[in-house]
Design a protein around this ligand. Structure first.
Ligand code: GLN
Length: 589
């Protein structure tokens, strides 16, 4: 960094009392509010585990693995940041203990510390600070402006053994960057207990004491609670945690997560941050300021729309980890964004794929019938990505059902592959068609292992990240719904995460019967990326994961298509008509 380079301001977000209280949402909402001032905001997520990245973690443990443009497989919180801040992050924006130790150990082996004992303090803590500072200066926004502010979310809970080196690094970091460039938001829990539902401040007091004991003091206390602060709670927290009442924020359960920025803004977080970080001293052009203002208008309108009484659209999501919706968080967000942009409220019916299978009828007829009831009642069906054999036959059945009953269908990654399996088996007569992921030696391998993929190492070896897909130059592809939804462009850039692909050898046969591969990879043209079924209201499959690039104000096109079709508006939309009559604002933002 040159001597006159701008100093990024850092907002550290730590958590106390328990994990999973919504630090990520509070951190991204704060970032969004700073964006509405015209500031350029980036973010870093710290995960204090030894895995190098989230790629090898089960979605059951940590929720969905989020994929970035550069192929980084990261924590789902990075998805929140991308969606709220409209940025494109890189794998470096996700720090794990594993990455930091790997870096330090590699240096030790190279001899960089020759003669010294390598220790957690100072070597690990320095490596953390260097990393944060390096990444905090890198632009992640579309306009390429250097960040004014970097939000650093520290995973885990203050006091954990795992997060200790990071806390110590941040303690030192406040002096490295200076008081005006460092501020700390501590997210805590104010539980409501007892028959009368009294709010308790003790856990917050204890966690702030822990934090102070480690050398960090909160500038903002964000208190999660089921209800707004009762009388005197703010004052009590202020007194016992040694912060002024205006530094204490109630982040109670509210209408939707999109309301969190509204909640924080109403309680004056912008003033507190402006004063604390001397934000007024930053010189911003009138253009970026007014861009910020209009972002706020759009956001608050969007959040309010969420609260309105909208017609419901039923989408059946046929997956595997369906009792943990965090496993599909981006899919849920993409549905929600698309729904709100066509003025509909999405109701998701989670269908466990294996419940749709024949054997389940004998094993648990109730579940079987319930699952099929959801399918029959669905206005649209979505089969998201997945790994492993369990539930695959159920997913094939889901896609068959959608195909035969003209139910709008979106298949993502594995969801596209099962559509190919169904079509090959039931339309093209390849009765034993399968993916070699599940039947190594099958008679009709219609989905096969990609030649360049490494079979020996699991971490980071899939086809990952952003790759260009080119729409085909055929009559059908030119007029395809998918292409129109993408605005008629020739090429789309979406993110991938897979090892298997449609077997190029069967493409001709499938296409001749009506399953058209309208988008293929731009490099070779041999990799099937987007499929669309002939003579169907909406039957689209994508080998990539469109859900990673959805934005509240700019939903993913293929999800938009699903919602439009499921609410009977697709044809009007594609022929250039208005969507949803009761719209009171411009919808295509
Ligand atoms: N298991 C499939 C593959 O590796 C699908 C992956 C996915 O859905 N993300 O190709």
């Amino acid at each position: 960094m040159g001597s006159n380079a701008k100093q990024t301001k850092y907002i550290i977000v730590s958590g106390g009392v328990i994990s999973g209280i919504g630090k990520g949402i509070i951190a991204s909402s704060t970032g969004l509010l700073l964006k509405t001032l015209g500031l350029n905001v980036t973010s870093i997520k710290i995960d204090p585990y030894l895995n190098i990245d989230a790629g090898t973690l089960s979605p059951l443990d940590h929720g969905e693995v989020f994929v970035l443009d550069d192929g980084g497989e990261v924590d789902l919180d990075l998805g929140n940041y991308e969606r709220y801040l409209s940025v494109k992050l890189t794998r470096d924006n996700n720090i794990t203990t594993g990455k930091i130790y790997r870096e330090v150990i590699d240096k030790e082996r190279r001899g960089d510390y020759l003669g010294k004992t390598v220790q957690v303090v100072p070597h690990i803590t320095n490596a953390i600070q260097d990393w944060v500072e390096r990444v905090g200066n890198v632009s992640t926004s579309e306009d390429g402006r250097a960040p004014d502010v970097c939000i650093v979310e520290l995973g885990g809970t203050v006091g954990d053994i795992e997060s200790a080196p990071f806390i110590e690094a941040m303690r030192q970091f406040q002096f490295r960057v200076g008081h005006d460039n460092f501020c700390l938001i501590h997210v805590s829990l104010v539980p409501v207990v007892g028959a009368v539902g009294e709010q308790k401040t003790k856990p917050t007091q204890a966690s702030v004491r822990d934090l102070r004991g480690l050398g960090l003091s909160p500038d903002i206390l964000a208190c999660r609670s089921a209800i707004p602060f009762e009388e005197g709670i703010r004052e009590k927290l202020s007194m016992f945690c040694q912060v002024s009442p205006k530094q204490v924020f109630s982040v109670h359960d509210c209408e939707s997560l999109y309301h969190v920025p509204i909640l924080l803004r109403q309680q004056g977080i912008i003033d507190v941050l402006t004063e604390r970080l001397k934000l007024n001293e930053l010189k911003l052009s009138p253009e970026v300021r007014s861009e910020g203002e209009s972002l706020w208008v759009q956001w608050s309108e969007f959040a309010r729309r969420r609260a309105r009484d909208l017609d419901v659209v039923n989408i059946a999501v046929v997956g595997k980890y369906t009792y943990l919706t965090d496993s599909y968080i981006s899919v849920v967000k993409a549905l929600e964004h698309a729904g709100l942009n066509v003025n509909r409220k999405v109701k998701i019916s989670w269908v466990e794929a294996s419940d749709l299978e024949e054997f389940s009828m004998h094993k648990d007829p109730l579940k079987y019938h319930e699952a099929w009831q959801h399918m029959c009642a669905a206005d649209g069906i979505l089969v998201p990505g997945g790994f492993g054999e369990r539930g695959v036959e159920g997913k094939v059945l889901a896609s068959k059902w959608a195909r035969e009953h003209n139910t709008p269908y979106l298949g993502i990654c594995l969801g596209m592959q099962v559509a190919v399996i169904d079509f090959a088996r039931n339309v093209c007569g390849m009765t034993n068609a399968h993916s070699t992921e599940f039947r190594e030696a099958c008679e009709h391998p219609v989905v096969v292992f990609m030649p360049e993929i490494d079979r020996t190492t699991m971490g980071g070896t899939m086809r990952l990240g952003s790759r260009p897909t080119k729409f085909q130059d055929t009559e059908f592809a030119r007029n395809s719904k998918a292409k129109k939804l993408y605005g008629g462009v020739e090429e789309v850039h979406e993110r991938h995460r897979h090892r298997y692909e449609v077997n190029p050898e069967v493409v001709k046969e499938l296409e001749s019967k009506g399953l058209k591969f309208v988008g293929r990879d731009a490099e070779t043209g041999e990799r099937m990326e987007i499929l669309e079924l002939e003579n169907h209201p909406y039957f689209v499959g994508a080998q990539y994961h469109p859900e990673y690039l959805t934005r509240p104000l700019n939903p993913s096109p293929v999800f938009l298509g699903l919602l439009l079709a499921a609410s009977g508006q697709l044809d009007t939309y594609l022929s250039g008509g208005e969507i949803a009559k009761d719209v009171d604002t411009k919808l295509k933002m």
